[in-house]
Ligand binder design. Structure first.
Ligand SMILES: O=C(O)c1ccccc1NCC(=O)[C@H](O)[C@H](O)COP(=O)(O)O
Length: 266
C-alpha cells in the first residue's frame, strides 16, 4: 500500500468506528435494504459503447491529495446536470462522486445532491475498508461502489462485492498492476478499473492501462482511470479497444464541465 493510501485507510477505520456509534451496522443494513431503486451502472456504460461512443464516468471532486483544490465554485447538482447534458450529443454515461471529506473535500450530501439532479447512475468514490461502508453507500443512494485492490485482501473484496451486488449495486474494482489485476479477475464484477495514477509518486501514465489491457478477458469491461486530459490519449486508448473512462480533474477545472467532457470525447 502507498503512504497516502495507508493514511487514508487509517482515517477510514476511525470514521467507520465513530459512524457505528451513531447508527448501528444492523440499522444501516436495514436502511440500505429498504432502498430498492438502483440505476443500472453497467448498463449505462454498455449502452454508450453499443452506440459507438465513449462511456464516460464523469467525476465530481472538489480537491485531491495530489493537486489540492480543483474547483472553488463547487455546486454538485449543477455539475451533475452539466455532465448529463454535455453538448447535447456527447454526454456522461455515469457519475462518480467523491464522498471522502478529509482528503478530497467531498461529502455524502454531494452524492445525494448530484444524484437527485439528474438520472445518471452514481458511483460512490471513497475508500471502502469495512462492510459498514457498503451498506452506507446504498443507504445514501449510490448505484455503484469502488473497491481498491491495494487496500483490501481477497476475502474482503469477495465479501464487499457480494454485499454490494446483493443490494443491487455495481462494483468497480480498481487495480494498478498485473498482480492486482489477477486478484480482481477472481471477482464476479465485469468492471475492472485501471488506475493510471501511481499513488506513491502521483505520476500518471495511460501506458499503465495499455500494459494491462491484454490480460483482460472479453467478458470484462476495462475502465481507464486518472490522468485523462488529452484527445490524443483518448484516441490512443480507443484505438487499442478501451472505451470506458473515468475522468475528474480535466472537467473540474473547466467553467462548463459537460462541455469539457464533450470536447474531450467528441
Ligand atoms: O486524485 C488523487 O490525487 C488521488 C490520490 C490518492 C488516491 C486517489 C486519488 N484519486 C482518486 C481517483 O481515482 C481519481 O479521482 C479519478 O481516477 C479521476 O482522476 P483524474 O481524472 O486524474 O482527476
Amino acid at each position: 500500500m502507498s503512504d497516502i493510501l495507508e493514511k487514508i485507510v487509517a482515517v477510514k477505520r476511525e470514521e467507520v468506528a465513530s459512524a457505528r456509534k451513531k447508527t448501528s451496522l444492523e440499522a444501516m443494513r436495514q436502511d440500505a435494504e429498504s432502498r430498492v431503486l438502483t440505476r443500472d451502472f453497467v448498463g449505462a456504460l454498455r449502452a454508450k459503447i453499443a452506440a459507438g461512443q465513449a462511456a464516460v464516468i464523469a467525476e465530481i471532486k472538489k480537491a485531491s491529495p495530489s493537486k489540492g483544490v480543483l474547483r472553488a465554485d463547487f455546486i454538485p447538482a449543477d455539475i451533475a446536470q452539466s455532465y448529463a447534458e454535455g453538448d447535447g450529443t456527447v454526454s456522461a454515461a455515469c457519475l462518480s462522486v467523491l464522498t471522502d471529506r478529509q482528503f478530497f473535500q467531498g461529502g455524502i450530501d454531494y452524492l445525494k445532491q448530484a444524484r437527485a439532479s439528474c438520472e445518471l447512475p452514481v458511483l460512490r468514490k471513497d475508500f471502502v475498508v469495512d462492510a459498514y461502508q457498503v451498506y452506507e453507500s446504498r443507504a445514501i443512494g449510490a448505484d455503484a461502489i469502488l473497491l481498491i485492490a491495494a487496500c483490501l485482501d481477497d476475502g474482503q473484496m469477495r465479501e464487499f462485492e457480494s454485499i454490494a451486488m446483493g443490494l443491487g449495486m455495481a462494483v468497480l474494482v480498481e487495480v494498478h498492476d498485473s498482480g492486482e489485476l489477477e486478484r480482481a479477475l477472481k471477482l464476479r464484477t465485469p468492471l475492472i478499473g485501471v488506475n493510471n495514477r501511481n499513488l506513491r509518486t502521483f505520476q500518471v501514465s495511460v501506458q499503465t492501462t495499455l500494459d494491462l489491457l491484454p490480460g483482460l478477458p472479453e467478458s470484462r469491461l476495462l475502465v481507464t482511470e486518472s490522468g485523462i486530459t488529452l484527445r490524443e490519449d483518448v484516441a490512443r486508448l480507443r484505438a487499442a479497444g478501451v472505451h470506458a473512462f473515468l475522468v475528474g480533474e480535466a472537467f473540474m477545472r473547466a467553467d462548463e464541465p459537460g462541455e469539457a467532457l464533450a470536447a474531450l470525447f467528441r
